[in-house]
Every structure is written in C-alpha cells, then in structure tokens.
Design a protein around this ligand. Structure first.
Ligand code: ZN
Length: 354
C-alpha cells in the first residue's frame, strides 16, 4: 500500500499567495522556490502540484483521485525529480530513470519526509533532463495539466552549452506548453546557471517557526530523527529547517575531515602527505565532495574574520584558497583520485599561509 506524503506544515502566507494566483490564473509557468535546505521547499512544490491538478473547487480537496495520487507521490502528471547518483549510462532509458526516482521518492515518503541531502556525487543528469523534456511534450495522462517538480535544480548537470537536451530544457522553461507548470527548488540559487535563473519567477520560502517545527516533529515519521533527543534541543538545532536534522551527522563528519585538511596545510605541514593519503584512492566520492564543501565553508569563515580584523593579507590568501578548493572540486568531479586532489590542494593552501 502506498504511504502518503508527510502533511505540509507551515508556509501559510506563501501558500495563500500561490492559491490566490492559481485561482486568478496568474501563476507563472516556471517558478523557483529558494530558501535554506530542510525547510520543505520540495514538499511545498508538491503541494502546489496537487493544488494545480485537483479538479475540485476547494482545491486541493485531499479526496479526489488526483489528490490521492498526488499525496502518494504517484500522480502520472506530477513528475518529481531530484539529484540521484549517476546511472552510468548517458542514454539511460526513461523507464529506468523513472523507476530509480520513484524508488527514492517512496523512500523519502516512508521516512516521513526527512532525508539526507543527496551526496556530492548525485546530480540531475542529462538523461533526466531529456526525460523531462519528452514528458512535457506529451498530453496529460489523467489531469488537465501536468506539473514538474525539480528539486535542487542547481545540481542539474549540463554537459555543454551546445547540448541538445540542455537547450531543449531552457526552451521548455522559457515557454512551457499551456498545460504545463515547472517548479524548481534550490537552496543555492547562486549556483544555478544564469540561463535558468533568468527564465523563472523566484519566490523566497521562509524557515518554519519554532511552533511549526514542533508540529512537524510530532508527526509519526519524525520519530526516527528525534532519536530520543529532547524536543526543545531539536527545535533549537533545526533553526526552522527540520528536514536538515537528517544531515547533522554526515555534515559533522565532513566538517571534521575538512578541519583535519586545513590543520595539516596551515599548522602541521609534515602531515600533508598523511592527510592526503587518508582520503583514499577512490570510492566514497560523495563524502570527499562533502568534505571539500565543508572546507570552503571553513576557509570562507576564516577569510571573513580576517577581513573584519583588517588583516587584508590573510583575507586575500583566503580568497585565493577558495579558488583552489573550487578547482579541487572540479578535479574530484572529473574522477581524479581524492589522494591526489587533496595533496595538490593542501600544498597550494600551505603556500598561501607559509
Ligand atoms: Zn482534490
């Protein structure tokens, strides 16, 4: 039996605004929800999808066939995509792509809507984009409209500007068929391609209030994440983003790893070789990418502190270091061994702080 999506909690003002726009027929066809991770942007997008597909006057009624399919994340006219590990075949068949997404969607639903962010190696690969474009050209199967929710759209992998699928997607965003709505979400809109960002209407989603976080954590699916921790502590830690609680542990690990890298480069240069070696020759690529993301955060914080303290030299070194880390991320994506990438990066950082 299908497990229904976690009820949507909060976002009342934005929901009212969207509802009004749907009723007046003024809702944009290509929308981007932005805001911090874990506040429910994708859930809100799925709610809007249900709202658009439900045929009842008091939409979403929650009772009609459209609502029931949508609530179970199974409506054929509501396509939900998000970053997934590469299926390995750039021409992956649409059925396989859809099955992979459906399976993960079911996992997310079963986990009460609290799931870890896809790791650094996951993306929305071109075969997914191709599937979206193909589906958008078809008539709806059941409803009068079709809706596409593209979670974490900043992780769409466009191989080249000349790529046909990338161009077809931009064209789709620019001018969707009359019966089609595209809802993108991103917690890092700055990482979106400008060609995508310029084609969507951006709407800011706010973090939940403490009361709403409490309400969310009281839902049955949230019990696992609570893990016996006191509710007040969870509410405080979530900062309005209960979905992000799932990521606390991996994030802590990534940060520890980043801290060890930075210490080796800055303080204990004898340790660079050993630290690099510890990153492994391959595997766990996602965790390595996460560590590099955490390293950017650490260096950024240091550089900002230096700039505030008037230490321009250290601030400039920080800025250059961030460029090195970005290069390392690209190398990691190109499948260079983490050991090698780390060794080169830490040598560069050490130079900066020597
Ligand atoms: Zn309905």
């Amino acid at each position: 039996m299908a497990v229904p999506l976690t009820p949507l909690i909060g976002h009342a003002a934005l929901r009212a605004r969207l509802d009004e726009q749907v009723r007046r027929g003024t809702l944009a066809s290509s929308i981007l929800f932005t805001g911090p991770p874990g506040i429910g942007k994708q859930r809100l997008a799925l709610w809007l999808g249900q709202r658009l597909l439900c045929a009842e006057p008091s939409s979403p009624c929650g009772e009609c066939a459209h609502c029931r399919y949508a609530i179970n994340a199974q409506h054929p006219d509501l396509t939900w995509v998000f970053p997934r590990p590469n299926l390995g075949d750039s021409r992956a068949a649409p059925d396989d792509v859809a099955a992979d997404l459906a399976e993960e969607a079911a996992n997310r639903v079963a986990a009460g809507g609290i799931y870890s962010r896809p790791d650094g190696s996951a993306g929305i690969y071109m075969y997914v984009t191709r599937m979206l474009v193909a589906r958008a050209s078809l008539s709806p199967a059941l409803a009068r409209r079709k809706v596409f929710v593209i979670g974490e759209a900043d992780r769409m992998i466009s191989q080249a500007a000349s790529d046909q699928a990338a161009n077809a997607f931009l064209k789709l965003l620019e001018e969707p068929p009359a019966d089609t709505t595209l809802i993108l979400t991103s917690s890092e809109p700055g990482a979106l391609l400008p060609t995508i960002r310029s084609r969507v209407i951006e709407m800011r989603v706010r973090p939940l209030s403490d009361g709403e976080v409490r309400e969310f954590l009281a839902l049955p699916g949230a019990a696992a994440i609570a893990g016996g921790a006191p509710l007040d502590e969870l509410v405080a830690r979530s900062r309005g983003a209960p979905g992000a609680l799932a990521d606390a542990k991996p994030l802590q690990e990534a940060e520890q790893r980043a801290r060890a890298m930075l210490d080796a480069a800055v303080r204990d240069k004898d340790r660079i070789y050993r630290t690099a070696y510890a990153q492994g020759a391959s595997g766990a690529r996602g965790a390595f990418s996460d560590a590099l993301d955490a390293l950017t955060g650490l260096v950024h914080a240091r550089a900002r502190a230096a700039a505030t303290a008037g230490d321009d030299t250290a601030a400039a070194a920080g800025a250059r270091t961030i460029v090195f880390i970005e290069e390392a991320k690209r190398d990691a994506e190109r499948n260079l061994a983490p050991q090698l990438v780390t060794f080169r990066l830490l040598e560069q950082i050490a130079q900066e702080y020597r």
